[in-house]
Design a protein around this ligand. Structure first.
Ligand code: FAD
Length: 275
């Protein structure tokens, strides 16, 4: 294993530019899961980001919360303002793995790992987060809702680091995070749902996890709630759900269960979301 240990972001970006196949390592909680069985990965080059102090933690500006490229779930869980202003971040963070994973795992790692079942990505997407990428070629900002282009494919080049995630500060009239899984901790979502509604953001954001090859917004469902007649039963939401997502049968659940439970979770939350 070739492990490179840059001291600064500049050094890390130079290493990524020089080693085209190098892999950044943040908390390592995704990268190391399959390590024992992925012998072919052992000889690759890794860039350990852990010494890049400028990427650690989070900060608030007048307009946004800026999560550093190494901000962990624990950084958010322990931030009192996050609980007040962007509570879905805290709710999702508390449901990631266990305390040990929350302490090591980063929001940027969750984004780049690109699991369709991730818990951090849906809430960030429902808050209109923007991914800030940097390489020796310059800086680029991509809305998280446009970041994924296919299963495990994204608008990030190999030499780019996620150096920050910008989350707008808005007043939300409604917010929901729901993770449906076999248990509360150490579980992979069968269905994930993040919902926000804000006047400043232009209305509804409905984001589904474990329902398609990528986590994605649900524009048909958003239009249905904004402009359609009030649904009278969960099944009234199914046509829009079927336009937005393409769940599969797998070891955790079936496509039919996923669609029906998503409809029920959303339908029964509507009285709270629409007040
Ligand atoms: C026991 C266990 C339970 C878990 N439970 C959950 C759960 O409930 N919900 C959930 O969503 N996830 C869960 N995970 C997955 C994982 O913890 C999260 O996805 C975590 O956020 C990954 O962050 P990391 O810093 O550890 O990423 P790493 O493993 O270091 O990296 C993940 C990927 O992101 C890339 N990367 C990391 N940082 C950057 C950066 N700044 N710029 C560019 N690329 C970068 C890496 O190259 C790699 O491809 C679990 C993992 C374990 C081991």
């Amino acid at each position: 294993m070739n492990l490179l240990l840059p001291e600064t972001t500049g050094e890390a970006l130079a290493l990524l530019a020089r080693h085209a196949d190098a892999i950044p390592v943040a908390g390592g909680t995704d990268l190391l899961v399959h390590w024992p069985t992925k012998g072919r990965d052992h000889d690759r080059t890794y860039v350990d980001l852990s010494r890049l102090s400028e990427l650690k933690g989070l900060r608030w500006t007048d307009d946004e919360l800026v999560l550093g490229g190494l901000a962990t779930y624990w950084d958010v869980i322990t931030d009192q303002r996050a609980a007040l202003e962007l509570p879905l971040l805290v709710r999702a963070a508390r449901q990631v793995g266990s305390v040990q994973i929350q302490a090591r795992g980063t929001w940027a790692g969750n984004i780049v790992n690109a699991s369709p079942a991730a818990d951090g990505v849906p809430v960030l997407m429902a808050y209109d987060a923007v991914v800030v990428l940097e390489s020796r070629r310059g800086r680029e900002e991509v809305p998280l809702a446009d970041f994924y282009t296919g299963y495990k494919e994204m608008r990030r080049a190999a030499d780019q680091l996620v150096v920050a995630i910008r989350v707008p500060r808005r007043r939300h009239a409604a917010q929901l995070f729901a993770k449906i899984g076999p248990r509360r901790a150490q579980a992979i979502a069968k269905i994930g749902l993040a919902v926000t509604r804000s006047a400043a953001g232009g209305g509804w954001r409905i984001v589904a996890a474990s329902m398609a090859p990528t986590i994605r917004r649900c524009p048909a469902l958003e239009r249905r709630l904004a402009d359609g007649p009030a649904p009278r039963a969960p099944e009234d939401l199914l046509p829009a759900i079927e336009q937005d997502v393409t769940p599969i049968d797998d070891i955790r659940s079936t496509a039919e269960y996923r669609k029906r439970v998503m409809a029920r979770v959303l339908f029964y939350a509507l009285p709270d979301l629409q007040t």
